[in-house]
Design a protein around this ligand. Structure first.
Ligand code: HEC
Ligand code: HEC
Ligand code: HEC
Ligand code: HEC
Length: 518
């Protein structure tokens, strides 16, 4: 890799004379992150999820301004660039493009709809519109818990301050419908009430108590507050771009990061196995499944850039100069900085041409995707083979080990698939995780072959046709037309009520955007 020497990375030579925020503090490449990750972790058995008593209590003194528009006047550059994430309208309907996912998520809401991410300002709109959240008619209806709002915007830390963690997390998703109405914004990442922020300094803050707990646990004696600026920058993205689970032991369905043994795929799996956690039971194989969320932070920290202290900010929120020569942080968190912001990002450190680096990223993507699809094929077959074994009279005892292997195979697939951009953040890690998934899938299928033979099932079994999403939904017993009709009705009747209530309470000035056409 052609890399500019570290001295040439010095901010001054790049013409980025940061105004108020001390440029000297800027450490583009530090090995601290890597060293930190290599430190031994605290004893694994020491602690698990927090108890009910440990959840943060309401804090009436903490005032969080969640209305992003209120910062427009004092911080026009940051505000306008933040608002321009509205230009990033595109996303892919993933399960429709790859119907294998509909089988792999059998019995879980993801099988209905799962899309690639887009601009930050759409977070509230998209969680309202997605089929996964259903069509609740009142605060107690619908399939999902409150926790589903947790990475959508600054109303979340506001509500946690007002209601406490238990008060926030308990109840159904619809309870927060007229409350979580501002998309990912200023108070998610900044201590907006601080003097530093008023003076135009970043004053980065971890706004969610469960995130702070996880970061402080992992950093072994070095809390978020005592981390340097480089570590703090990546940590604000870890508010949301991480793997987490909903802990049911407190009765509140609160969000916990499973980092107690480490952040890699094996350590998290070990933790989940130890606490016997499952997100759901698969509808046809009956395997106790895990759903990976989006371990972007974890994957990044294991990749070359993460280990060299090149943070999310260096690529997704690079510094920019406006017409008056003022340098500021570009808040338009772009999806692909290599194609869309090359000069301000990659080119600061790399000597290769844009064409070369974009091609490198595309090649990584192609390589990872190719093996990922092979793993999906194996997992899909394993689910159907498990169903055939149950149908032939296999017992729980016979099936136990095969089902565990399916769980582990799919967890490994999901960890690499759900970490959006893992092919650039840590391509070598992605390939290794997928290879280990193939190993688990082979193990599952070998075990299932023995069970099927024992029960006189002729092999290979007949696999159903899942070549289109429509066919796959049918096979898996999902009435997608009904889901869509209910959602349409919900958008027409319930959403306007939520908006009206939120506007009348002064929580938003205008309603969140409606979805621009795909
Ligand atoms: C996703 C997290 C995130 C959100 C949302 C966010 N910021 Fe920032 N902001 C950052 C980061 C990261 C920096 C740069 C920190 C650094 O350079 O160390 C920054 C820097 C700043 C600074 C310091 C000056 C500068 O430009 O570097 C100001 C002021 C600021 N943001 C205002 C805002 C305002 C106003 C909003 C809402 C419209 C907002 N931010 C939303 C993460 C965020
Ligand atoms: C409060 C939670 C939250 C925080 C903090 C946050 N994100 Fe996001 N991010 C999201 C969600 C949710 C989406 C998906 C939005 C959608 O598709 O509607 C997203 C989408 C994205 C995308 C896709 C954009 C596109 O146009 O394709 C990128 C890139 C991204 N985030 C990077 C970051 C980085 C870098 C940081 C830290 C500076 C960060 N995010 C902080 C929740 C968050
Ligand atoms: C070295 C630069 C670099 C760093 C550091 C980096 N990213 Fe990325 N990221 C990229 C590129 C390039 C892509 C687009 C890959 C593609 O589309 O093929 C991307 C993609 C993404 C996406 C998916 C966007 C989409 O629309 O699919 C998310 C989300 C994301 N990054 C978040 C993060 C977070 C969070 C961090 C830090 C924990 C981070 N990135 C660190 C360069 C970087
Ligand atoms: C702040 C500096 C910095 C920025 C910005 C940066 N890189 Fe890097 N990049 C590095 C360093 C340091 C390495 C490691 C070099 C080594 O170990 O020889 C690296 C390595 C790489 C590698 C090879 C390792 C791997 O993980 O495959 C690729 C590819 C790469 N960068 C692509 C990109 C792209 C694309 C962008 C822009 C989206 C980008 N980088 C932005 C500093 C940076």
């Amino acid at each position: 890799m052609l890399i500019k020497t570290l001295s040439s990375l010095a901010i001054a030579s790049l013409g980025f004379a940061m105004t108020q925020s001390a440029a000297a503090e800027e450490k583009v490449a530090t090995h601290q992150q890597a060293q930190q990750l290599e430190q031994p972790l605290p004893p694994a058995s020491a602690k698990h999820a927090p108890t009910k008593e440990e959840l943060t209590k309401p804090n009436p003194n903490l005032k969080i301004e969640a209305v992003n528009e209120k910062f427009a006047k004092d911080f026009p550059r940051q505000y306008n660039s933040w608002a321009s994430t509205s230009k990033q309208t595109e996303f892919h309907p993933e399960v429709e493009e790859d119907p294998r996912m509909i089988v792999m998520w059998g019995g879980y809401a993801f099988a209905k709809e799962f899309n690639s991410p887009r601009g930050h300002v759409y977070a509230v709109t998209d969680v309202r519109n997605i089929l996964r959240t259903g069509a609740p008619k009142d605060a107690n209806g619908g399939p999902q818990p409150m926790a589903c709002w947790t990475c959508k915007g600054p109303d979340v830390p506001r509500l946690i301050a007002e209601w406490g963690e238990e008060g926030y997390f308990s109840g159904k998703w619809a309870k927060g419908g007229a409350e979580v109405v501002n998309s990912i914004g200023c108070a998610d990442c900044h201590d907006t009430t601080s003097q530093d922020f008023k003076e135009g300094k970043p004053a980065l803050r971890i706004s969610r108590p469960h995130v702070l707990r996880a970061l402080d646990l992992e950093s072994v004696g070095k809390t978020f507050a005592s981390s340097d600026r480089t570590d703090q920058r990546a940590a604000v993205c870890a508010n949301c771009h991480v793997e987490y689970y909903f802990d049911k032991t407190t009765g509140a369905n609160n969000v916990v990061f499973p980092w107690y043994k480490g952040r890699d795929v094996d350590s998290i799996e070990k933790y989940y196995d130890e606490i016997e956690f499952k997100d759901w039971e698969h509808s046809i194989s009956k395997a106790p499944m895990l759903k990976a969320q989006h371990p972007d932070f974890e994957a990044w920290s294991m990749g070359t850039h993460g280990k060299n202290g090149v943070t999310c900010i260096d690529c997704h929120m690079a510094k920019k100069q406006d017409k008056d020569g003022k340098v500021y942080t570009d808040h338009q968190v772009v999806g692909n900085p290599a194609t869309d912001n090359f000069e301000n990002t990659c080119a600061r450190c790399h000597d290769q041409s844009k064409e070369t680096l974009v091609k490198t990223v595309e090649q990584h993507k192609k390589d990872v995707k190719e093996v990922m699809l092979k793993l999906e094929d194996q997992i899909v077959k394993a689910h159907f083979e498990a169903k055939a074994a149950w149908d032939a009279g296999a017992t729980q005892d016979e099936m136990k080990d095969a089902l565990k292997a399916i769980r582990h195979a799919q967890w490994r697939w999901d960890y690499s698939a759900a970490s959006h951009g893992m092919h650039i953040h840590a391509p070598d890690v992605a390939l290794k995780v997928i290879a280990s998934g193939l190993d688990r899938a082979a193990d599952a299928r070998a075990k299932l072959a023995v069970i099927l033979a024992k029960h006189n099932v002729q092999q290979p079994i007949q696999y159903p046709d899942i070549s289109t999403a429509e066919k796959a939904w049918k096979v898996m017993g999902i009435d997608i037309e009904k889901e869509r009709k209910d959602k349409e009705e919900f958008i027409k009747t319930v959403i306007p009520q939520w908006n009206k209530e939120a506007i009348s309470k002064g929580l938003i000035l205008t309603a969140p955007p409606t979805t621009p056409a795909k």
